[in-house]
Design a binder for this molecule. Structure first.
Ligand code: GLU
Length: 291
């Protein structure tokens, strides 16, 4: 039996949807449609200090305006703390995670990578605050990205150990993304190539949890005129939802598809209909795109 394709779009609600996130959402949606698969939306609201309910509401309203409707109820990572806590317990019990009291100063002195000598350091004072880190293995990861082809990345034990629960008690992206992709039986991840480098560490977490890895396809990120990735930090403007059809048309063009000019003012559902029947992965650009 072949496994049914299950893909997802998993935004962190740090701000409203912008053109770069629409491009990612659309690519993951169209890939799922091409495989007659299921497409999910997951809100990665792990960090209440950077994220807000209003951003979540705006993202969901914007996806709706663009006719990008998920096939199953939207999942919120803020409601999944128990699952993350229990995985962390398992990893600690297996010796695959450890408590790390390193201060910001110590990390800064080591270019924000994790300095050696902490993995087996006993916590002197029971009141010490600590983060929990996943214990990476030294490994040269060779893997195939479905768009970018063969990738080689080196993971260095301890130096690359990611935080999986922060000192403030928040669960971290690297763990939550893997736990939920496993739990939601995601078979294919389509996301921006700014996350390419996170893949090998995530592969190690899959392995630690005895789970099969999904296939990954990283699409080029969208840059503004200054060559910066569109994001909240670079002040990417929110999408104008009243122009949803046109936004989708532009997103298709950014994805190397060639939507006909007369669709540029069409309704979102019509643009998506054209896109689902004409979507060609081979047309995707391999390099960053400027808008
Ligand atoms: N939540 C992550 C972000 O918005 C993306 C997670 C993923 O696709 O792996 O950058």
């Amino acid at each position: 039996m072949t496994t049914r394709y299950r893909g997802r779009f998993a935004p962190s609600p740090t701000g409203p949807l912008h053109f770069g996130s629409l491009v990612t959402a659309l690519a993951s949606y169209l890939e799922a449609r091409r495989h007659q698969g299921t497409w999910l939306v997951r809100i990665e609201d792990l960090d209440p200090l950077r994220e807000s309910q209003s951003a979540t509401d705006r993202i969901l309203a914007s996806l709706h305006a663009h006719a990008l409707h998920a096939d199953e109820p939207v999942r919120f990572q803020s409601q999944r703390h128990q699952a993350y806590a229990s995985v962390i317990e398992q990893l600690l019990a297996k010796g695959l995670a450890y408590r790390c009291p390193c201060s910001r100063k110590e990390l800064e002195a080591n270019q924000m990578r994790h300095p050696p000598g902490c993995r087996d350091r006993a916590l002197a004072d029971p009141d010490t605050t600590y983060a929990i880190r996943f214990r990476c293995e030294d490994h040269i990861h060779r893997w195939q990205d479905q768009l970018l082809g063969s990738q080689t990345q080196v993971v260095r034990a301890e130096l690359d150990d990611p935080v999986i629960r922060r000192k403030e008690g928040f669960y971290a992206y690297q763990l939550a993304v893997v736990v939920d992709d496993i739990d939601q039986r995601i078979t294919h991840v389509v996301r921006g190539s700014d996350l390419l480098d996170t893949t090998p560490v995530q592969q190690q977490i899959y392995q630690a949890l005895d789970a099969q890895t999904p296939a990954w396809l990283h699409i080029p990120v969208i840059l503004n005129a200054q060559g910066q990735k569109l994001s909240k930090q670079t002040h990417a403007p929110a999408l104008d939802d009243t122009q949803a059809g046109h936004n989708l048309w532009r997103a298709l063009a950014a994805l190397g598809q060639q939507p006909p000019a007369d669709l540029a003012q069409a309704a979102p559902a019509d643009v998506l209909h054209w896109a689902t029947t004409h979507w060609q992965v081979s047309q995707l650009p391999r390099h960053e795109q400027m808008v």
